[in-house]
Design a protein around this ligand. Structure first.
Ligand code: NAI
Length: 258
């Protein structure tokens, strides 16, 4: 890998994505910060913070469930920052709803969480193969991608899909020195966990915890993790030292699920 490296982080306006973008900048990478257009104020603030670390940064907007948008994110990153060496496909949505859910909720959750992972891997890998210097692809899975639970069927399916996709693409891309790994957080204190569900008007924090803990050892109820702790794992996988680790979905959940 060349000494100057550039990353693209999706869903970076807040939460885990924001922490990951800052961490990669502190590690010395230039960072393209991506989210939906309506998050522009938060994204622009993050761009300024990253520039404060004396790294180059650019804001790139788009819905990651759209192939056209993901192609544009990759192209803009390369045209503004010079290359694409690390992608953190972090953007995602959480809905707690019965398996009797609407087809719309199922489709939207699958599109934003699973299809987006496929699109980010596909277009990042195409760019990295063209560049010919390997790369690092990091995707957001979940504890819910390792353990099914009541009332989070669409979310679980989308995060299990990420796990399979990570294994398959790691096998395919290792010949190009591109690693593909996923983090599987348990309970991380981010805006995702504190907003109220538009469907049930319950706090998603409570809904998600109790559903995902069903069937697991409740005595192992974890303390909450921080976005910075997930960013630490992202930092490792993005590093040159992590070249021998690929196809993994690593839990970061306080020992909830082994
Ligand atoms: P968050 O809700 O705080 O932030 C997610 C960001 O993604 C937001 O800024 C949002 O605008 C953006 N986003 C949503 N849909 C998008 C789309 N279609 N296109 C582009 N951007 C979009 O979420 P958080 O907690 O930081 O989670 C990040 C990732 O980690 C997600 O994939 C989530 O499923 C996963 N995760 C989080 C856990 C937690 O406890 N916070 C637990 C397990 C997994």
């Amino acid at each position: 890998m060349s000494s100057r490296r550039a990353a693209l982080v999706t869903g970076a306006a807040q939460g885990i994505g924001r922490a990951a973008a800052l961490r990669l900048a502190r590690d010395g990478l230039d960072v393209a910060v991506s989210d939906l257009e309506h998050k522009a104020a938060d994204v622009e603030q993050l761009v300024n913070e990253i520039r404060g670390y004396r790294r180059n940064s650019v804001a790139v907007y788009g819905d990651v469930s759209s192939e056209e948008a993901v192609v544009a994110l990759v192209d803009q990153t390369v045209s503004e920052l010079g290359s694409l060496d690390v992608v953190v496909a972090n953007a995602g949505i959480f809905e707690a709803e019965s398996i009797l859910t609407s087809e719309y909720t199922w489709q939207r959750v699958m599109d934003v969480n699973a299809k987006s992972a496929f699109l980010c891997i596909k277009h990042a890998a195409n760019m990295m193969v063209k560049q010919g210097k390997g790369g690092r692809i990091i995707v957001a899975s979940s504890l819910a991608g390792k353990q099914g639970a009541a009332n989070v069927g669409a979310y679980c399916a989308s995060k299990f899909a990420v796990r399979g996709l990570v294994q398959a693409s790691a096998a395919e891309l290792k010949q190009h020195k591109i690693t593909v790994n996923a983090y599987a957080p348990g309970f991380i204190t981010t805006p995702m966990r504190t907003r109220r569900s538009p469907v049930s008007n319950t706090a998603l924090e409570i809904a998600s915890l109790s559903h995902i803990m069903t069937g697991l050892d409740r005595s192992a109820l974890p303390t909450q993790g921080t976005p910075e702790e997930v960013a630490g794992l992202v930092s490792y996988w993005a590093s040159e030292e992590a070249g021998y680790v690929t196809g993994q979905t690593w839990a970061i959940d306080g020992g909830t699920y082994f």
